[in-house]
Design a protein around this ligand. Sequence first.
Ligand SMILES: CC(C)(COP(=O)(O)OP(=O)(O)OC[C@H]1O[C@@H](n2cnc3c(N)ncnc32)[C@H](O)[C@@H]1OP(=O)(O)O)[C@@H](O)C(=O)NCCC(=O)NCCS
Length: 299
Amino acid sequence: MSVHIRQVRSEDFDEILKINAESSPHVAKLDHEDVRRLTALASIALVATDSVRVVGYVLAISSSIVYEGEEFQSFLARFDEPFLYIDQVAVCAKARGASIASQMYASLQQRSRELGIFTLGCGVNLHPANPVSMGFHRKFGFESIGELETRDGQLVALLRKETLPVSSVFRAITKTNEQDLPRLFQVWESSVRATHAFLTEADIQSLIRLVKTELANCKPIYCLRGVDGRLFAFLGPRIASAKMLPIGVVASAEMLPAMAPATMAPPLPGRGYGDQDDTLGAGRTDQRCPATLHRCNRR
Ligand SMILES: CC(C)(COP(=O)(O)OP(=O)(O)OC[C@H]1O[C@@H](n2cnc3c(N)ncnc32)[C@H](O)[C@@H]1OP(=O)(O)O)[C@@H](O)C(=O)NCCC(=O)NCCS
């Protein structure tokens, strides 16, 4: 069943409460004030609608939010990296089994990446058991990382999913050539405009002249290409030393969320693509990169 997924609005609260009530005991029971508070806290709050009504909802809270939920706190203690905690997901009883939750999760995952968050966490009841939700989450790639006995006597499986689609986004690391120059420059400009808010337009214009010459003369430059072969990030040992940028890796603006763990998030050392530098330094270029990137992305 194809549904429309959109942000929750206050006029959805009554329908959310109806779905919540018929999903008990698998999701915590909410009242009107809970829904209002949770949707305000949630970094991602979505509903699925058919042509006339809300048929499902999902509420997810980012690890940067102060939230007292027991499962959330348990994930906070276990994960070093930013994560998105799925507090509630439910589909109205009549519409279950029609891929509505799957569509909501696809949208949630996409939005989570846009926020630069690549880990999802969720709790599924073991007692009382919720095999349907367990099947759903397993199908979606969640893995069990532990259990939690809650204060109200429930036993909950804590599930985690890493969403960075390394093998589908990144294809290869190669040296750049002459034909890459215009794209290198585009990537540089979009990255600088997206991150260097303190520069004036006049600053950027004067840098543009300098950077065009520098990029043309800087060798070697290594780049990361997407599945379509398009260059979206590059690194050159001499670029950083030429003080063109505060870091040696430049990612195009549209890829900044995906590159964030490597280039902009100090709490995640050793997990990003900037670390490919020593692989490159060893001269092993033009390798298929998913495996190496994947290894880099593991703790
Ligand atoms: C869990 C829930 C959200 C799933 O929503 P849904 O829209 O019915 O799920 P989907 O149709 O997208 O199902 C996707 C997959 O989940 C699994 N699944 C869904 N319903 C299932 C069922 N009744 N039995 C076994 N597996 C099931 C299947 O693997 C399915 O894939 P398939 O259709 O290719 O077999 C829904 O059942 C629900 O609202 N349950 C009550 C509230 C709840 O338990 N929330 C989760 C709390 S952790």
